[in-house]
Design a protein around this ligand. Structure first.
Ligand SMILES: [Mg+2]
Length: 303
């Protein structure tokens, strides 16, 4: 359900909009100042903004909204008694998606609101599709890269630990050879789901890195905590018992994991963390698979 914030200094107008927009969650504010307060606590999908208001008018308010990262993307429709072309042009130039003038016809307002919300919905869907892996329905590599950059920067700023696990499905080619690619795809989706179920915190971020490789980003997580999670991932995948191979020598699909923890510093690049975890994964592969190898910055060995 979409949420709409209506901002108007006239109680009468707010009541009117509430009535005609009863299909939506309706928030209201009687001034720009009050609107900013509402926006500090909730994020509506659409803002209906009056132009003429005492103190801060609609134009002043939209400038503030468009200058703020947290409100910039919320579409604004001006809804006003000012019906001059110059006013309309001004509103649209300032970033409004639409401009509705008096006389207010309920059906017109309803239709324009509906159209705008439909566009928002489609846009969000596209954005989501661009970041989600179609097969496993978890974030893709592109999304992960964005997240890594963000969390790395945040860890530097806040002097927090950051851990990363690289995961590779063992002998996946063999599985595909025995069971076929369709079963292979199915197995990857099951493994993704299984690993996702091991992650209990919202900041723990699992993504498909490519092929049969996955990655988990763990903000504010040190080596001890990270190792615990990695071991859980390994055991849970094993317990899923995805079997393959000849009848007399059935095997389960397993994963190898390489993890790395550090307190990131300004002069380091996010890629450093990936390389280190990848080196551990390589070691896990070369020392028997179905295991976790973890390393951390030399100064953090005691952690
Ligand atoms: Mg007004």
């Amino acid at each position: 359900m979409f949420t709409i914030l209506a901002i108007d200094d006239q109680e009468f107008n707010l009541a009117f909009m509430k009535e005609i927009l009863s299909d939506y969650i309706f928030l209201k504010a009687k001034s720009g100042k009050e609107a900013l307060h509402v926006l500090s606590e909730s994020k509506p999908d659409l803002i209906l903004l009056d132009v003429l208001m005492p103190d801060m008018d609609g134009y002043d308010l939209i400038r503030i909204l468009k200058a703020d990262n947290s409100t910039r993307d919320i579409p604004v429709i001006f809804i006003t008694g000012c019906d001059s072309e110059a006013e309309e042009e001004k509103g649209l130039t300032l970033g409004a998606v639409d401009y509705i003038t008096k006389p207010f016809r309920p059906s017109i307002i309803q239709a324009r609101v509906k159209n705008t919300l439909k566009l928002i919905h489609q846009q969000r869907l596209l954005e989501k599709m661009a970041r989600i892996d179609g097969l496993t329905e978890i974030p893709n590599r592109r999304y992960f890269q964005e997240k890594l950059d963000y969390e790395f920067h945040s860890a530097v700023q806040n002097n927090h630990f950051l851990s990363l696990i690289m995961i590779d499905v063992d002998k996946f080619k063999k599985f595909n050879d025995y069971c076929g690619h369709a079963k292979g795809d199915e197995a990857l989706a099951i493994i993704a789901k299984t690993m996702q179920s091991c992650l209990s915190q919202p900041h723990e971020f699992l993504a498909r890195y490519g092929g049969e490789e996955f990655v988990v980003l763990l903000p504010q997580t040190n080596k001890t905590e990270g190792l615990h999670i990695a071991e859980c991932l390994r055991v849970q995948v094993y317990n899923t018992q995805l079997t393959y191979g000849p009848l007399d020598a059935k095997a389960f699909l397993t994963v190898s994991l390489g993890g790395y923890s550090l307190l990131p510093k300004k002069d380091q690049q996010p890629h450093f963390l990936l390389e280190k975890a990848d080196a551990c994964l390589y070691q896990a592969k070369n020392t028997g698979r179905n295991r976790v190898i973890w390393d951390s910055q030399p100064s953090l060995k005691q952690v």
